[in-house]
Design a binder for this molecule. Structure first.
Ligand code: PAF
Length: 281
């Protein structure tokens, strides 16, 4: 397993592999790797000759009052997990390597970045698309692996890839959950034991909503109303949003129909958790 910190070296290595006819798969991360990342790496391993993992805590996707400084960084443990999952190359650039002095260029996907998390995290998706656009130009992968847990991020990046003709196929992989149902996330480690137990209500409420839609309830207001009550009743979580949106455009729905995503963001103390479920009405 090679650890690369320079953009030029990374580009040279991948170009050589591609010339040799190798298929390159790419898993971008901000590190603090967990089983959710491991499942992306496993699929990437199965489907490609070369597996590239990037670890970069991207300052441009954090708001001024967000957790950039305290975001968990532990390269040593991450390397162990990467080795276990048979990663070939880890790309770990510095902030200066990615955004040298005088950096001026950004990628902005419109409209679908303004709903859901885009409302409470202005500028977040601009940071995500900019860094992933850069990483795609550096790693030049055939396939990009993203988690369904970050449903809006996956939709925004798929839109960017399509609109800007990046020659890569986007593979969205299922959310990996802890035993109680809490979606795996590097931010779960901010939670106290009580908050972690309480946060399991998020998945319970999503599953209940899916059941009710499948049983024929097509009212967005009733679905969201039930979820709100359950989360309030069973936890101390403060709801940022619960929404039903169209799975492809993320447009908010008045009535549930077709393939939809029920998505939520809820604060437990100072930690904001997101989760979602896909439902075919
Ligand atoms: O999901 C993440 O970890 C990040 O948003 C990503 C895609 C690596 C971009 O920094």
């Amino acid at each position: 397993m090679r650890v690369i910190r320079s953009v030029k070296t990374m580009q040279r290595l991948v170009a050589k592999a591609r010339r040799a006819g190798k298929r390159v798969g790419f898993v971008p991360t901000m590190g603090a790797l967990h089983e959710g990342h491991a499942s992306l790496l496993r699929r990437c391993r199965r489907e490609n000759d070369i597996v590239v993992l990037s670890i970069f805590v991207n300052p441009k996707q954090f708001g001024l009052k967000e957790d950039f400084a305290k975001y968990p960084r532990r390269e040593r443990d991450d390397k162990k997990l990467a080795k276990r999952e048979k990663v070939d190359i880890i790309f770990v650039p510095s902030v200066k390597e990615m955004y040298p002095e005088g950096y001026l260029t950004y990628i902005e996907v419109e409209k679908i970045t303004k709903v859901l998390c885009g409302k409470s995290r202005p500028g977040h998706f601009r940071g995500v698309t900019t860094v992933v656009g850069k990483l795609l130009n550096i790693v030049m992968p055939d396939a990009l692996y993203l988690g369904q847990k970050d449903a809006q991020q996956a939709a925004v990046l798929a839109w960017m890839v399509r609109d800007l003709n990046f020659p890569v196929s986007v593979r969205i992989c299922s959310t990996v959950r802890e035993t109680g149902g809490l979606a795996m996330s590097s931010r779960n480690e901010y939670l106290t034991a009580d908050q972690r137990r309480e946060a399991a209500v998020l998945y319970r409420s999503l599953k209940e909503a899916r059941q009710s839609v499948i049983a024929g309830n097509h009212s967005v207001a009733a679905t969201i109303g039930k979820m709100r009550s359950r989360i309030r009743r069973e936890s101390s979580g403060r709801i940022d949003y619960i929404e039903c949106v169209a799975a492809d455009t993320l447009a908010p729905l008045k009535r549930i129909q077709g393939k939809i995503i029920i998505a939520l963001a809820v604060w437990f103390g100072k930690t904001r958790l997101i989760d979602n479920i896909i439902v075919r009405a």
